[in-house]
Design a protein around this ligand. Structure first.
Ligand code: NAD
Length: 475
């Protein structure tokens, strides 16, 4: 199978191709066009040409087309989920029941929202000020390989709904469902050139795209290192940077422990642990630490690691052999740093024949982790939990904030005052109290510190995809 770029509504070939591989079986799924400056120039030109007409459509008409795209995704959930699972290793129970349906919701939600964009008025005795929101123009949407389809639609939906045009560049490790998204957008009646998809490697295709002078805004999701690079390369543009995380999951002695354990296990092991909002540092109060650790490990050992196409699997393969080596490297390092390995580790999982060559790692638990260790400070981005004891509220807040990242956070306590105090004190873009990460499409999603800048979701997506203009009329 070959996957080409989608530029101005047409399938466009490249001189070079790269292979995308099923991480569970190592089978080559497709040869994918590997774009560079030339294809990026063509795609940006197509987006620029399509912009005036698309931006000029009344919002309800754009909304109809965006809603139709959501409907088409909803009709194709099994097919898209299967492709996503094959290409990314995310288990089918997640792609089929959560991630692809959520992608359809993203379009339905922003179809509705774009009809509600309003302005502001600031009257004075001498002037009437009013504010208009204009679409920005051509946007570069750059997406990572974890939950690729959902993440891409989280960008494409508001970008297009608000009247912008886009060039989408997916990760070279999981490009297949974005290619399908491009086809479905055309099928929905979204005009050629409004959504262009260029495939390729970060430096060859991503960098010329973010640098391009006709690109007015960048919505990037990926690692902090790439985020830094893009900010330097791109020059003055609107940005939304959704970067890495190492989020604290804080459990106080008065927490509902069943609930905390369920959420702790979910937040580090679901999505293969390849999750930006993973609760990867689990901070547990010393008075309940030993019992919590035993119960957490017992649950981790029961997690089904297996064929991602099996509905019962919770953990599938890591995205690539390179990423598997990175995760295993951290497991070795944790032992050298003196953390106590309680389960998982480098032991090979028992796997069905079909996926025996897959990039697997067992759910791994390290206890007695010191927050200064590299396994506590670095984003491992795999199913590796670090359990860290703490003394009291002040100690919990100190450890939670002693990290360069600030994406998400989790607090478990039955003391309402403490819940609010700690939630307010943790340096993060989001805090979930007595809950795993449950996303509402209206909430501001994003992080602080090295986890990024800008927020997306609901009206927060105005920040990157709409340009406010104030008009002052002398009375
Ligand atoms: P990555 O930074 O390696 O790549 C992300 C995207 O950027 C890919 O499409 C890649 O090709 C492209 N890219 C790479 N170099 C580039 C350059 N110089 N210029 C332009 N584009 C370039 O990240 P990844 O490994 O694909 O994804 C995992 C990371 O993403 C993790 O750090 C994770 O926490 C983060 N992430 C963050 C969020 C969030 O919302 N904050 C969500 C998902 C993933």
């Amino acid at each position: 199978m070959r996957i080409e770029h989608l530029i101005a509504g047409k399938s466009v070939a490249s001189a070079d191709y790269f292979q995308t591989v099923n991480p569970a079986t190592q089978e080559v799924l497709a040869e994918v066009a590997s774009g560079g400056e030339a294809e990026v120039d063509q795609a940006v030109a197509a987006a620029k040409a399509a912009f005036p007409k698309w931006a000029g459509l009344p919002a309800p008409e754009r909304a109809k087309l965006i809603r139709k795209l959501g409907d088409l995704i909803a009709q194709h959930v099994p097919e898209i989920a299967r492709t996503e699972t094959d290409d990314s290793g995310q288990v089918i129970a997640q792609t089929g029941k959560q991630l692809v349906p959520r992608a359809a919701d993203n379009f339905h939600y922003f179809a509705e929202m774009c009809t509600r964009v309003d302005g502001h008025t600031y009257p004075t005795p001498t002037h009437l000020n009013y504010t208009l929101f204009h679409p920005v123009g051509v946007c570069a949407l750059v997406s990572p390989w974890n939950v690729p389809f959902m993440t891409a639609t989280w960008k494409v939906a508001p970008c297009l709904a608000f009247g912008n045009t886009a060039v989408l560049k997916m990760s070279e490790l999981s490009p297949m469902t974005a290619a399908r998204l491009g086809q479905l957008a055309l099928e929905a009646g979204i005009p050629a050139g409004v959504l262009n998809v260029v495939h390729g490697y970060g430096q060859q295709a991503g960098e010329p795209l973010v640098r391009h002078p006709d690109v007015r805004a960048i919505s990037f999701t990926g690692s902090t290192a790439t985020g830094h690079r893009i900010v330097k390369a791109a020059g003055l543009k609107k940005f939304s940077m959704e970067l890495g995380g190492k989020s604290p999951f804080v459990v106080f002695e008065d927490a509902n422990l069943e609930r905390a354990l369920d959420a702790a296990v979910f937040m580090i092991f679901s999505n293969n642990g390849e999750r930006c909002t993973a609760g990867s540092r689990i901070l547990v109060q010393k008075s309940i630490y030993a019992g919590f650790v035993d119960r957490f490990v017992a649950r981790a050992k029961k997690i089904a690691v297996g064929d991602p196409l099996d509905e019962k699997s919770i953990i599938g393969p890591m995205i690539s052999q390179g990423h598997l080596a990175k995760v295993r490297g951290y497991i070795e390092l944790g032992q050298k740093e003196g953390a106590t390995l309680l389960c998982g580790g480098l032991e090979a999982p028992l796997l069905p024949d079909r996926v025996k060559k897959g990039n697997y790692v067992l759910p791994t638990v390290f206890a007695d982790v010191d927050n200064a260790m590299k396994i506590a400070q670095d984003e491992i981005f795999g199913p590796v939990a670090c359990l860290i004891p703490f003394e009291d509220e002040a100690d919990a807040i100190r450890i939670a904030n002693d990290i360069p990242y600030g994406l998400s956070s989790y607090v478990f306590t039955e003391n309402i005052g403490r819940a609010h105090r700690v939630a307010a004190s943790i340096e993060a873009g989001m805090c979930f109290v007595n809950s795993q990460n449950v996303r509402d499409l209206r909430q501001p999603f994003g992080g602080t510190k090295a986890s990024g800048t800008g927020r997306e979701g609901g009206t927060w997506s105005y920040e990157v995809f709409l340009e406010p203009k104030n008009i002052a009329v002398s009375l």
